[in-house]
Design a protein around this ligand. Structure first.
Ligand SMILES: [Zn+2]
Length: 341
């Protein structure tokens, strides 16, 4: 099945004259708990289902042809195993002979079997667990497969886009939210599109095993630059720009600013990005987004600085992310009047 799919892709690329794309192969060791195997009708069926699942993972990386390479995640069937134990113990087992380990558990029969998803750092394992109680939940149903595709996006270096979003009612500065961007790494269910940021990050990772936090930190632009204009389109000197941080997975804006600056005579100001996005060990950067408020003489403008926007500047060869802010005369009456990115 996989072979015929790859053959089809290679044939299509040959016909379109873009045969130069490399193929990135990653080896995958798969383990599944014995209760799941019993519930799914035995080992033969489970092997078939896993093969089908990886066809879909490969298709998700290849069928939109957004990446610079063809991706081939290959299950090593000689290493496939069924375990009778605690899934979270399996997740942490080293797998030196394979790029990835995938632990499948549809049962969660033990209270220690908490969590799930991508385990990065030195672990490089997808814990494909479906639920948080002891009812069986099919790890091969369409939503589960969409979920594991998202986890392999992490495996290729992408952070969660949804971790950068903000709910409008959790923004104490102005009642507007940050909606994220269409992407498997934002909301994977029924989604087939990889955002520009995901394509950039996954292309950057290429065929290497990578650490998401290190990539996030490395791709932050050195500088942030703002050009503030008034309602007449002319530069505004002395406008105050305040940055309110957004914590990872917090969906909220902090009421405490992390930094503020004033524009110069030309209405612009440039600052080191570290003032707004300090480097940290976990997540690479302390914040994945910030809410920007520009103010001058009763006029305001607002904007967001999500990493999925600002880091694309570096992929375009720039060291500075530049943003224009247009001050509005009066306080906007509805969220659509705000300047939102
Ligand atoms: Zn995720």
């Amino acid at each position: 099945m996989k072979k015929s799919f790859l053959t089809a892709i290679l044939f299509a690329m040959f016909c379109c004259g873009s045969f130069a794309q490399p193929i990135y192969r990653f080896t995958v060791k798969v383990g599944i708990d014995c209760e799941s195997v019993d519930s799914l009708g035995g080992e033969d069926n489970v092997r078939r289902q896993i093969a089908r699942m990886f066809d879909k993972v490969n298709r998700a990386f290849n069928h939109t042809r957004q990446f610079n390479a063809v991706y081939d995640f290959v299950v090593d069937w000689d290493a496939f195993y069924i375990y009778d134990g605690v899934s979270t113990d399996e997740v942490h087992k080293p797998h030196p002979d394979h790029d990835y380990l995938v632990i499948i558990d549809g049962y969660k029969s033990d209270p220690r079997e908490a969590g799930g998803g991508w385990y990065g750092g030195e672990i490089l394992t997808v814990y494909h667990s479906r639920i948080h109680n002891d009812h069986f939940n099919d790890p091969f149903e369409p939503g589960a497969i969409d979920g594991i595709i998202h986890e392999f996006g992490h495996g290729r270096g992408m952070p969660d886009i949804y971790a950068m979003k903000v709910d409008a009612d959790k923004n104490p500065i102005a009642p507007i939210g940050c909606m994220g961007t269409k992407c498997i790494m934002d909301y994977p269910y029924g989604e087939t599109f990889w955002s520009k940021y995901a394509v950039n990050m996954i292309n950057l990772s290429a065929d290497k095993m990578v650490d998401i936090d290190r990539l996030v930190q490395a791709m932050c632009p050195d500088y942030l630059s703002f050009n503030v204009v008034g309602p007449d389109g002319k530069p505004v000197k002395g406008a105050e720009i305040t940055f309110y941080p957004v914590g990872w997975y917090s969906y909220s804006v902090s009421p405490d600013p992390v930094h503020s600056v004033r524009t110069g005579a030309d209405g612009s100001v440039t600052l080191k990005s570290g003032k707004v996005f300090p480097k940290t060990h976990s997540f690479g950067l302390k914040y994945p987004n910030a809410f920007v408020k520009a103010e001058y003489d009763g006029m305001t403008a607002y904007a967001w600085l999500p990493l999925y926007d600002i880091e694309n500047a570096v992929f375009e060869g720039k060291d500075t992310y530049t943003l224009g802010l247009s001050l509005k005369d009066s306080k906007p009456s509805s969220p659509k009047d705000f300047v939102i990115r």
